[in-house]
Write a protein that binds this ligand. Structure first.
Ligand code: PLP
Length: 388
């Protein structure tokens, strides 16, 4: 098979004697051994037999194997949530006295982990802007920098960071580069091909794609993933086999779903441009996006998220949400159903206006996760809510 999409669909748990076509669900906490010797060998890591579902499980492995196909990764480990993937990768690879350098516009909980919890364990951090040049990234590297962490496109500001540029700096200084690829999905970009060492996912979003289960994953080189595996196997943020079964099946349709999410998003973004109630529309594949050239260089599509800034600040944003008739008001994204959110009054309400401005979140900013309803219906609901 030449194409990853075919390989992904045909990567499957070996059939049992029942001859089932779809992978069965292995809802079991542990696995049995025929002999004491088999059990000893499994515990000694001499075989790769499953022992206990906190360590490994066939459904979880199938999900990881499929994701590795899409990300061109050697191996991976799946976790209960995206945040446990983020936290597990930090705790496994960083130690007291190390420094992590991150882009300042990152997912809210990731910011909390980096700025509140890592310092408790003696791990230092500093941030650079998503607009930082190569020289600014390089200047921020310290002798004790162990990892560079970034998210691109960023949530919710949709800034795009040049992964190849940052990876060249990481390689030069022998620093691990970890990229949260949640927004782009491996259909939109593959950071490992651009030089990243680790790719982190919240599978809760576009991978599940239907708002059902939480999940996460880290993929990358065997050596790094082994450290993460050992940490997670001992501390327990493992993905449930049921969620893994759902997520593995979802990966089969990720490419076709993303094609429609992205074409709907581009349609909505283009139609909203120039609207009288809006200051600007932000979408990586609009020529007006400040990082359009980088987006075109490293992404195959612009993703499924569109942002725009309403004139009239916080109150305009809140009344826009209240006037929507079809779009859901909910904290998730990457669903078949389109979702609207207003970061300044919700996810980022605790930040000061200046702190929000530093990560491209203005008071009137609206984030739309463009779903799979007909593009005309999505646009019509947004338009009527803007007019109301
Ligand atoms: C949602 C999200 C996460 C966290 O994932 P959970 O599955 O909610 O724990 C991390 N990064 C980004 C960019 C996200 O959007």
């Amino acid at each position: 098979m030449k194409h990853n999409q075919s390989k992904l669909i045909r990567t499957q748990i070996p059939r049992t004697a029942e001859g089932e076509h779809a992978s069965p669900m292995y809802l079991t906490s542990s696995f049995c051994f025929d002999t004491a010797e088999d059990m000893r060998a499994a515990f000694a890591d001499e075989t790769d037999a499953n022992i206990y579902s906190r360590f490994s499980n066939p459904n979880v492995q199938e999900f990881v194997d499929r994701l590795c196909v899409l990300e061109n990764a050697e191996t991976g480990f799946a976790t209960a949530t995206g945040m446990s993937a983020v936290f597990g990768s930090f705790m496994a690879l960083l130690k007291k006295g190390d420094h992590i350098l991150s882009c300042n516009s990152i997912f809210g909980s990731t910011h909390t982990v980096i700025s509140k919890y890592l310092p408790k364990y003696g791990i230092e951090y500093s941030y650079v802007s998503a607009n930082a040049s190569a020289a600014e990234w390089e200047k921020a590297i310290q002798p004790n920098t162990k990892m560079i962490y970034l998210e691109t496109p960023t949530n919710p500001g949709l800034e795009v960071i040049d992964i190849a540029m940052v990876s060249a700096i990481a390689k030069k200084h022998k620093v691990i580069l970890s990229v949260d690829n949640c927004f782009a999905t491996p259909i939109g970009q593959t950071p490992i091909d651009l030089g990243a060492d680790l790719v982190i996912h919240s599978a809760t979003k576009w991978m599940d794609g239907q708002g059902r289960v939480l999940g996460g994953a880290i993929v990358g080189s065997k050596a790094l993933i082994h450290e993460i595996y050992l940490f997670c196997r001992a501390t327990g943020p493992s993905l449930s086999p049921f969620n893994a079964w759902v997520l593995s099946k979802s990966l089969e349709t990720l490419e076709v779903r993303m094609e429609r999410h992205c074409s709907n998003a581009l349609f909505v973004a283009e139609k909203l441009q120039g609207h009288a109630k809006i200051n600007f529309v932000k979408y990586p594949f609009l020529t007006s996006h400040p990082h359009y050239a980088i987006a075109k260089k490293q992404m195959l599509n612009g993703g499924g998220i569109v942002c725009f800034e309403m004139k009239g600040g916080i109150e305009a944003g809140r009344s826009f949400l209240n006037n929507l008739k079809m779009l859901s008001l909910t904290a998730n994204l990457g669903d078949t159903r389109s979702i609207a959110s207003h970061p300044a009054s919700t996810t980022h309400a605790k930040l000061s206006e200046a702190e929000r401005a530093a990560v491209s979140i203005s008071d009137g900013l609206i984030r739309i996760s463009v779903g799979l309803e007909h593009k005309e219906d999505i646009l019509a609901d947004i338009m009527q809510a803007l007019e109301a």
